[in-house]
Design a binder for this molecule. Structure first.
Ligand code: ADP
Ligand code: ASP
Ligand code: MG
Length: 870
């Protein structure tokens, strides 16, 4: 590395760079640190590096603190810590170990310290500090060995812990705060010593010089303190993710990078659980308006998250969803409390006496419930039982734990409540202990049982995007998803045949619009992908998705059978495919009139019954026939409520408790139930879903005598948004093969519709007019809900592009609307397409399923005609 040797001018700007545990744990990471620091230095910046302990070391030191009474356990943990540092030292091939061994010897002395057996807090603080003392020492040795002159500093010389009002002893020693103001004298004194410094995160000192700790994760806050003290140009938090995301990316792969945040929002996201920033690290930099940046040590080229004063031109949006676990709720019930002066003062006084800081509060006529957060409090069962004893004279106390606080964060929360209906519905199905809306209008928090949180958060995140409460289209704030960053943007799983056939499509549109255009090659490719799944004995195409004759012929040639839901569909297939044996047509109607069943039976078509009524009232019609029974396994799945086809709220299927009655009628009339069918919804991208449906159906089928066929229905999803992962066909094949092996006696049938045709079709329309109203811009098309009703009906999301200007940069955010006299006539909300002009051709993707077939002549406007590409 070419390093500048001259010293920088005294007034050279400072940059504070903080590296977290994983960023300092290996030699390659330290090489990254050297590069990052070297680059700043080369640009004329003076650099102060703040480091965490090697990952896991603070936990080990904490374990020593907890095992304080057990000397041999303490020693065992100590030896592990020694070995970990020696191993990195060896790997770094450093010349001398003296400095490192000095700290290890001091740590050894602490094991023999008189305060150890009682585990005194001052001893614990000193113990914990060693993680950072060791890592900063190794770092200084390594950077100097690489030729980057780096001066080691002891952070305790700079930061004096300031006791907070009513702070308990635990907080004073182990969760301390520091008051820092810019001090040019400190900056000048350091500048006289050199250009690059390294110091510890996490630690400060008390008046008497004793060590204080800033709280778990507190190294971020140390970096902020240094940033404020030196009035740095920026504080950079280098960690193991490329920024702050709209949810913990390890929990929600679709979480989006938050490119820019203001201090208050970042504060709120950090406080409510996003571990990537220590909650106390915003305040010091905010006071002096030093920007904070979060970046990935392993991928320094990624832009990260910039946190500073207000973000101009950002849309009102939910920014993130976060959660905190280990929350304890204290519910206090008192009949006499209503309007009783001083009740709250009395109960809160008890919390104060125990040094407990209350987080959320909910109150009712006879109840006050508060939450206690473990990161602010020492929540031992001992402390809690003493608290309860003190509260008992005033009220009946109930402790509810462990809970999780799930928080939705965004500026102007109250103005977004109407967009949260789907989120509220999700919580409505759970037992919510407490809801709290912050008075700063930045957050809405729900406290639920801890066990529910992990599954809930990815669901809520998806709902927030779908309801457009989280405006991920706003490129000023939202960057790529974690998944995209992990796999590269090129991993967009959606079919884009229409890009390569753009000229053909523009030629079609030049003749007339609107037009649906289908690519049969894509239909065939999808069909072959499915046909390769060996466990499925027979595939049916659910032609309600798109009954175009060419598509039926193509799928017939691929060996597909057909599933129809009306007698007219049956006739349409027979007309289109005269050589198709009727036995390869499955008729699965719902609330159809009696004649349709009769006609189907007479034609030799397989009939599925999905209600008691036909067999109970018209049983004789089915005498001597093989029938399939559609069961409702009880819970629906799918991309929208309106496509979930299971559960009591759905009109499909015979519920489990009516199956016996159904069998009795079938027996009476001599109808044979030879197959069971279940279809729980559509747009499902989780391959494991069908495994569980098959298992449920197979165990049900074992109770019947003659069931030969299990029909798992359809519902195979296709990705529509860029971040959607495609259905993993290999995983589906493996899951089905596994269940098939467990129940080899059944034939497995499936009936996909959308999967085969959705991506094969696009809708071409022409821009008619442009409009602006207030901040909202509209692009009007000659196709609307009369051609494609899915966005209005299911809030379906279709990719929309300006095909005429496909390669232009995205323009402003627009509403893409049609010409129908309905305010719901929108094809896409908040889209960023290349700037449109009248006459441009706009393409709506993934329109091959439930597009043309659902079209209408509403407003007496002809819907888009259909064209099949040769
Ligand atoms: P460091 O050791 O670098 O200080 P931390 O483990 O303290 O790193 O913080 C980074 C971790 O924070 C990430 O690995 C991620 O799992 C977690 N995290 C939680 N919520 C978020 C979020 N909203 N955005 C980014 N990371 C988050
Ligand atoms: N090492 C400390 C901890 O693990 C501080 C930090 O990493 O920020 O909590
Ligand atoms: Mg951290």
């Amino acid at each position: 590395m070419n390093l500048p040797t001259e010293t920088l001018p005294t007034d050279a700007p400072w940059i504070v760079v903080k590296f977290g545990g994983t960023s300092v744990s290996t030699r390659p990471r330290w090489d990254n640190i050297a590069t990052i620091v070297g680059a700043h230095r080369a640009k004329g910046k003076r650099v102060l590096i703040v480091v965490s302990a090697l990952s896991g070391i603070t936990d080990q030191l904490k374990a020593i603190g907890e095992a304080h009474a057990d000397a041999s356990r303490c020693r065992e943990l100590y030896l592990g810590i020694v070995e970990r540092h020696h191993a990195l030292y060896r790997d770094m091939q450093l010349p001398s170990r003296n400095a490192l061994d000095g700290w290890l010897a001091r740590l050894d002395q602490l094991l023999g310290d008189a305060r150890r057996p009682a585990g005194e807090l001052s001893w614990q603080a000193e113990l914990l500090a060693h993680g950072e003392l060791l890592s900063s020492t190794l770092g200084a040795l390594y950077l100097n060995a690489r030729g980057l002159t780096t001066h080691w500093l002891d952070s305790r010389e700079f930061f004096l812990a300031r006791p907070q009002p009513n702070q308990g002893a635990w907080g004073r020693w182990l969760s301390a705060s520091v008051e820092v103001a810019p001090d040019p004298a400190v900056a000048t004194a350091l500048a006289a010593r050199g250009d690059v410094f390294i110091a510890q995160g996490f630690i400060a000192r008390h008046d008497d010089g004793a060590t204080a700790i800033l709280g778990r994760g507190g190294s971020d806050t140390s970096a902020s303190y240094f940033g404020a003290l030196l009035k740095a140009e920026a504080v950079e938090i280098w960690t193991d993710v490329p920024g702050m995301f709209s949810a913990n990316p390890r929990q929600v792969p679709d979480a989006r990078l938050l490119s820019r945040l203001d201090y208050a929002e970042a504060q709120e996201i950090a406080t409510t659980g996003a571990k990537v920033l220590h909650p106390r690290c915003i305040h010091p930099v905010r006071e002096v308006r030093v920007p904070l940046v979060i970046k990935d040590t392993n991928r320094p080229e990624l832009p990260g998250t910039a946190i500073g004063p207000n973000v101009a031109h950002a849309a009102t949006s939910i920014k993130a969803i976060s959660s905190r676990k280990g929350i304890t709720l204290v519910s206090m019930e008192s009949i006499g409390m209503w309007q009783q002066v001083g009740f709250l003062a009395d109960v809160f006084d008890a919390f104060k006496r125990h040094g407990l800081s209350v987080d959320l509060i909910g109150s009712a006529e006879t109840n006050v419930t508060v939450s206690l957060d473990p990161s602010d409090n020492l929540l031992t069962s001992d402390v809690l039982s003493r608290l309860c004893a003190d509260l008992e004279p005033f009220c009946r106390v109930k402790v509810i734990a462990p809970c999780a606080a799930v928080t939705v964060v965004g500026r102007g929360m109250r103005s977004m409540l109407h967009k949260l209906s789907a989120v509220l519905a999700e919580f409505g199905a759970l037992d919510v202990h407490l809801i709290s809306q912050s008075s700063n209008n930045l957050n809405l928090t729900f406290v639920v049982d801890e066990a529910l949180a992990d599954a809930l958060i990815p669901r809520l995140h998806a709902l927030l995007i779908r309801a457009e409460a989280m405006r991920v289209d706003d490129a000023a704030v939202f960057g790529p998803s974690w998944r995209e960053l992990a796999h590269g943007a090129g991993d967009d799983a959606r079919a884009t045949w229409w890009r390569t056939r753009r000229d053909d499509l523009l030629a079609i549109a030049a003749e007339a619009t609107p037009r649906y255009v289908y690519d049969l090659g894509h239909v065939r490719a999808q069909a072959r992908g499915l046909a390769a799944i060996g466990a499925v004995d027979r595939w049916h195409y659910a032609l309600k998705a798109n009954p175009h004759a060419d598509i039926l012929r193509a799928l017939h040639a691929e060996g597909f059978a057909f599933e129809c839901v009306s007698w007219d569909e049956v006739e349409h297939v027979r007309r289109t495919l005269p050589d198709l044996p009727c036995e390869r047509i499955l008729f699965t109607p719902n609330f159809a009139p009696r004649e349709e069943y009769r006609a189907a039976l007479a034609a030799g078509v397989r009939v599925t019954l999905d209600a008691l009524h036909p067999i109970a009232e018209w049983g004789a019609d089915f005498a001597g026939h093989d029938i399939l029974l559609r069961v409702d396994l009880g819970a629906g799945r799918g991309h929208h409520d309106k496509v979930k086809t299971g559960g009591a709220q759905s009109k499909f299927g015979v519920s489990l408790d009516e199956i016996e009655a159904f069998r009795a009628h079938a027996r009476t009339h001599g109808a044979r139930i030879t197959g069971l069918h279940a279809h729980l919804g559509s747009g499902i991208l989780d391959a494991q879903h069908w495994r569980s449906v098959y298992v449920q159906m197979a165990s049900l089928a074992e109770q019947f005598n003659r069931v030969e066929v299990l029909d798992l229905g359809g519902g195979l999803g296709v990705p529509s948004r860029p971040e959607d992962a495609p259905l993993d066909l290999d995983a589906l094949a493996a899951a089905l093969a596994e269940v098939k092996q467990a129940y080899p006696q059944f034939k497995l049938w499936m009936e996909p519709g959308r999967y085969l045709v959705a991506e094969a079709g696009v809708l071409l329309a022409r821009v008619t007019q442009l409009k602006r109203k207030g901040d909202v811009r509209y692009v009007g098309l000659d196709a609307g809900m009369n051609s494609l009703i899915r966005p209005a009906l299911y809030e379906a999301w279709h990719d929309i592009v300006n095909l005429t200007r496909l390669d232009d940069a995205p323009g402003e955010v627009v509403q893409v609307v049609g010409p129908i006299c309905e305010s719901g006539d929108t094809l896409g909300n908040h889209r960023r397409l290349a700037t449109c002009a009248e006459g441009d051709v706009v393409l709506v993707a993934e329109a091959g399923a439930y597009g043309a077939v659902m079209a209408s002549r509403y407003n007496l406007r002809e819907p888009a005609a259909e064209i099949v590409l040769p």
